[in-house]
Design a protein around this ligand. Structure first.
Ligand code: ATP
Ligand code: MG
Length: 406
C-alpha cells in the first residue's frame, strides 16, 4: 500500500461565486456520509480540493465509492512526501516502482504551488526525471505522449505525487440546488430520472402510488429497493412517500371515459404530489417521462396532465431514447430491479386505447363531475406512509470529532 491519501477535485462547476462555500460544505457532507463505513479515514481540505487520508486502508474500494458521488470532477490516489528534494525523489521512485505495468516512456510534470520552494518547476522536472532515469535504464522521456505522467504537486505542507487521474461523475453536490419530489414507479425510467436529478444537485424525496391490494407487497419492495439504490449515490437516507391510490383509481375508472383514465390518474398524482411537495419544502416534481414513449407522454397529453400543478415539472429523460435510458439504468445499478415483473398501479386499469390527444374541456368536466375527488385527494395525502430508507451500507458512525474538515 503505497498511497496515503486521495485528492478529490471539484472541477469548475462548483466554483460558482457566492455559492462556493455552500457547495463545498455539501460536498464535504456527502463525502463524509458516503465514507462513514470506512472507519479510520480522516479528512482535510484546501482551496478547491478535499483530501481523504487513508491511514493504512487500501485505496481502491474507497476511490470506487467516491467515484459514484456527485459534484466531483476527478480524483487521484497520491503519495505525500516532505517538501524537500531527496524526499520527493524517493517518493517518485516508490511510485514508479509500484506501477503494475512498467512503462517504456514517461514524463515528469511538476507544479510548484508553493512559490517559496527553491527550485522552479522546469528545474524540478529535470531533477526528478534524471533521478528516475538513472534507476530505470530502459525508460525514456516522451514529453508529447508519455505512457506515464508522473505529476508532482509541491505545496508548503507536503508534496503530492501521483500518476492516475480518475474521472468522476461531475454534476453538483447533492442538495446544492434545492429539493424536488421524484415520482418513482417500479419501472426503468423514473429511477434513472431520479439519479439524473440528484446528479444535478437536487435533493430528492420519492413518491410512489400503490393500489394495494391490487398491487402486491413485492411491487412495494421493488420501489423500496430502487429508492435505496438512489440513496447509495449520496450516501445518506432518502425519504419515500407511499400514497394509497386505490380509491382514486377505482373512481376514475368508473367514469365511462376509458381513454382518459391515464390522463386523469396522472393529474391526480400531480395534485397529490404538489401537496406533499409543499409540506416538505420541495419546489419541483421530477418524472421519468420521455417524449412520445407512451400515450401519456405525447406533447398534447403532457400539456393536459401538466396543467394539474403549478410546480415546475422536471423531466430529465424527455429527449432521450429508450436504449440510452436502459444503458444508464444498467450503469447506475437499477435495471435488474426495474425489470422484475410485479404490477405497477398504472398497468392495472390500462385502457385499450389511452388518449394521445386528450381534450382539456372533457377532462375538466369529468373531474368536476366527481363530487368527492378533492376529498379523496386530501385523504390520500393524509394517509400517505413515510419511510426513511438508508443506503445499503453500514450505518454512519457518530462523528468522533478527530476527522474535522476545519
Ligand atoms: P417508468 O419506467 O418510470 O415507470 P414509464 O415509461 O413506464 O416510466 P409511465 O408508466 O407512463 O411511464 O409513467 C410516467 C412517469 O410517471 C414515470 O416515469 C413516473 O415518474 C411516474 N409514475 C408512473 N407510475 C407511478 C407510480 N405508481 N408512482 C409514482 N410515480 C409514477
Ligand atoms: Mg411505468
Amino acid at each position: 500500500m503505497i498511497y496515503d491519501q486521495i485528492v478529490l477535485r471539484y472541477g469548475d462547476l462548483i466554483m460558482k461565486g457566492r455559492n462556493r462555500n455552500q457547495f463545498e460544505k455539501r460536498m464535504q457532507q456527502q463525502v463524509r456520509s458516503a465514507l462513514a463505513p470506512f472507519k479510520g479515514v480522516t479528512y482535510w481540505k484546501t482551496y478547491g480540493r478535499l483530501y481523504v487520508k487513508l491511514n493504512g486502508l487500501p485505496y481502491e474500494p474507497i476511490a470506487n465509492r467516491i467515484k459514484d458521488l456527485f459534484g466531483l470532477h476527478s480524483l487521484s490516489p497520491v503519495i505525500s512526501s516532505e517538501t524537500e528534494l531527496e524526499a520527493i525523489r524517493a517518493a517518485a521512485m516508490t511510485l514508479m516502482t509500484s506501477l503494475k505495468q512498467p512503462p517504456k516512456t514517461f514524463k515528469v510534470s511538476v507544479k510548484r504551488g508553493w512559490k517559496g520552494y527553491p527550485h522552479q518547476s522546469q528545474e524540478m522536472n529535470h531533477l526528478v526525471g534524471a533521478h528516475i532515469l538513472r534507476a530505470f535504464p530502459d525508460l525514456s522521456v516522451d514529453v508529447r505522449n508519455p505512457e506515464v505522467e508522473l505529476r508532482v504537486d509541491i505545496q508548503e505542507e507536503a508534496t503530492y505525487l501521483f500518476c492516475e487521474v480518475i474521472p468522476a461523475g461531475g454534476g453538483f453536490p447533492y442538495g446544492s440546488n434545492g429539493k424536488a419530489m421524484l415520482l418513482l414507479s417500479g419501472g426503468i425510467d423514473s429511477p434513472v430520472a431520479g439519479w439524473m436529478a440528484m446528479r444535478k444537485g437536487l435533493e430528492i424525496e420519492a413518491v410512489h402510488f400503490h393500489s394495494y391490494p391490487f398491487t402486491s407487497e413485492q411491487a412495494k419492495d421493488k420501489v423500496v429497493a430502487l429508492a435505496k439504490r438512489l440513496a447509495y449515490y449520496h450516501g445518506a437516507p432518502l425519504k419515500l412517500h407511499l400514497v394509497p391510490f386505490t380509491d382514486i383509481q377505482t373512481t376514475l375508472a368508473q367514469q365511462g371515459q376509458d381513454n382518459l383514465i391515464i390522463t386523469m390518474m396522472r393529474r391526480a398524482m400531480l395534485r397529490i404530489t404538489e401537496q406533499l411537495a409543499v409540506r416538505n419544502g420541495a419546489l419541483g416534481i421530477v418524472t421519468g417521462e420521455s417524449l412520445g414513449q407512451v400515450a401519456s407522454q405525447t406533447l398534447p397529453s403532457m400539456n393536459v396532465i401538466g396543467r394539474a400543478t403549478d410546480l415546475p415539472l422536471l423531466k430529465p429523460l424527455l429527449m432521450m431514447d429508450k436504449e440510452e435510458i436502459i444503458s444508464l439504468a444498467k450503469k447506475i445499478g437499477t435495471y435488474d430491479t426495474s425489470i422484475l415483473p410485479y404490477e405497477d398501479c398504472c398497468t392495472l386499469f390500462l385502457p385499450k386505447s389511452p388518449s394521445t390527444n386528450p381534450n382539456m374541456h372533457i377532462v375538466e368536466r369529468v373531474e368536476a363531475g366527481i363530487a368527492n375527488l378533492n376529498d379523496m385527494i386530501e385523504t390520500a395525502v393524509r394517509d400517505t406512509e413515510r419511510m426513511i430508507l438508508r443506503p445499503n451500507q453500514p450505518e454512519p458512525e457518530e462523528n468522533a470529532g478527530e476527522d474535522s474538515w476545519f
